[in-house]
Design a protein around this ligand. Structure first.
Ligand SMILES: Nc1ncnc2c1ncn2[C@@H]1O[C@H](COP(=O)(O)OP(=O)(O)OP(=O)(O)O)[C@@H](O)[C@H]1O
Ligand SMILES: [Mg+2]
Length: 504
């Protein structure tokens, strides 16, 4: 349904400290339309949407709703115009100590503070009505802090409904979600659409874009390249517009020779998320661990990196018992981890790219206690080139990089260390198709150097393309093993979900 609302951005300009992020960008979204905003990492998608939602101010250009020019100088201005944004860090937008109902009706509560007529019963009833509309089954009395990430997103969307949003921006909402959770989000997107709300949808997963969107706009290097109804475009066209060249989405696998066992894990367990895991990784071998969200992969990776403490079990690296009393001890034992939650654990957002990239190798770079600035810079520049990290210089603060480029820094950081075992937890989350291939190439190169790779992912296609061996994890245990070429996506899904059905 189109209720006639039209949001236009015309000739938008934005620079950061003299570096151009947006030039002459036009963008238009209609009520009742799901409009995909696509582009490689650093193309300018989030920046454009931050201008729309009042987080940044544009240097030039205009914004109109239904033909009327709008001044958006703050998030409050944007909200008053009915424009809302769900950022990727949903955690920061909810108040964990408050109930779901309070979070949904937060604005109203804030404006009625101190008034006597606030009745809890009617508050819960009203919040419940909205959750029912969205088909979301969580208790309105539950604390927001205890929700899953997917539920938090949906609660945020419920709040936007209360605030009578006309346009909703979803910046990579599906990046942290499993496929099932994403499906649930899409049902809700359909309802928003039916209610006449215009939705801007940012994602790096092309299949879902083609499923849920009506129109597609593609940006490259701060410019709008194309806007078309979905039916006029094929995935190949979109990728060409994004990268400025054609690209085949095959994952080339390098041939590494597989040697002795480098990592041996026996009976590792902690709590109910990891219930006793045995596995081996050989030198030059890429072992994927696949499983649905919640299977225990991230928890396992944290145990193997010493970020959490195992209750039982033994880990050896090259035959020697690994000390896992903490990440520093794990690194000293030859294990490094590229974690899933890059902003929280993978990088220091308040430090420069240079510093982040050289942090783990400071010791080898420092001769007799002195760190040679030029070798540090050479190393960082090399890594920026190899990974295609988009940054004006290695001195840039990492927090200013686009989401996907921060992920590349998190990966690059460990690339030049002398570890024997590299653990990757969902490394391609939020990175564009071109960068994904770069990451796979680099993982392949590590294997060729004789490193052992443990690759944890819920993207079955990645495991099938990249791994020499695939382990399926379900409910805290490895339930099945496949050699390369033995399994299909369906097989993996079957074993990844079978255990869960048994439990239910
Ligand atoms: N606050 C800031 N200070 C300096 N540069 C910034 C800032 N915010 C964004 N940039 C730069 O603007 C460019 C566009 O970044 P943006 O976050 O919009 O990319 P994106 O298309 O959302 O990418 P991704 O897919 O990786 O999220 C990048 O080069 C980024 O480094
Ligand atoms: Mg972004």
């Amino acid at each position: 349904m189109n209720n006639g609302n039209v949001l236009e951005m015309n000739g938008i300009e934005k620079s950061f400290a003299g570096v151009k992020a947006l030039s002459q960008v036009d963008f238009r979204v209609k009520g009742g339309e799901v409009h995909a905003l696509l582009g490689a990492n650093g193309a300018g998608k989030s920046t454009l949407m931050k201008i729309l939602s009042g987080a940044y101010e544009a240097d030039g250009g205009e914004i109109r709703i239904n033909g009327q020019a709008l001044q958006i100088r703050s998030p409050a201005d944007a909200k008053a115009a009915g424009i809302h944004c769900v950022y990727q860090e949903v955690d920061t937008s909810l108040v964990p100590q408050l109930s779901v109902a309070e979070n949904i009706l937060l604005d109203r509560l804030a404006s009625s503070r101190g008034k006597a007529w606030l009745r809890w019963g009617s508050l819960y009833a009203e919040a419940q009505k909205i959750l029912d509309q969205l088909g979301l089954q969580v208790s309105v009395r539950q604390k927001a802090g205890s929700l899953t990430l997917a539920e938090k997103q949906l609660v945020l969307i419920a709040r936007l409904l209360v605030e009578e949003a006309k346009f909703i921006i979803l910046d990579e909402p599906t990046a942290p979600l499993s496929l099932e959770e994403a499906d649930r989000l899409f049902l809700i997107v359909d309802r928003l659409k039916a209610a006449g709300i215009g939705i801007v949808f940012i994602s790096h997963r092309l299949p879902e874009v083609f499923r849920v969107c009506d129109a597609i706009s593609v940006m490259r290097d701060g410019r709008m390249i194309t806007t078309e109804p979905k039916t006029n475009l094929q995935p190949g066209d979109v990728i060409r517009a994004m990268l400025g060249r054609s690209f085949d989405e095959e994952y080339p696998k390098l041939d590494a020779s597989i040697g002795d066992v480098v990592l041996e894990v026996k009976g590792v367990a902690a709590g109910h998320r990891v219930r006793g895991v045995d596995l081996e990784v050989r030198s030059g071998e890429i072992v994927a661990v696949v499983g649905l969200v919640g299977a225990g992969k991230t928890e396992l990776s944290r145990l193997l990196f010493g970020a959490d403490e195992a209750e039982r079990g033994r880990v050896t690296v090259g035959g020697k018992q690994a000390k896992l009393s903490g990440p520093a001890a794990a690194v000293a034992s030859g294990i490094v981890l590229v974690p899933e939650e890059r902003r929280k654990e993978g990088i220091l957002v308040g430090e420069s790219v240079l510093h982040n990239l050289s942090l783990p190798v400071l010791r080898p770079l420092s001769r007799m206690g002195f760190i040679s600035g030029s070798s540090e810079r050479k190393l960082a520049d090399g890594m920026i080139g190899r990974l295609g990290i988009k940054t004006p210089s290695s001195g840039q603060l990492t927090g200013y990089l686009s989401g996907g480029n921060q992920q590349k820094v998190a990966i690059g950081k460990w690339m030049s260390t002398e570890a024997d075992v590299f653990i990757f937890d969902e490394p391609t989350k939020g990175v564009d198709v071109g960068a994904k291939r770069d990451i796979f190439r680099i993982i392949g190169e590590l294997a060729c150097q004789g490193k052992g790779i443990l690759y944890l992912t819920c993207e079955f296609a990645e495991a099938l393309g990249l791994a020499d061996r695939i382990l399926v994890m379900c409910d805290g245990r490895i339930v099945k093993q496949f050699a390369r070429g033995e399994a299909t996506q369906e097989d993996l899904l079957y074993y990844a979900s079978a255990g869960r059905e048994e439990l239910a």
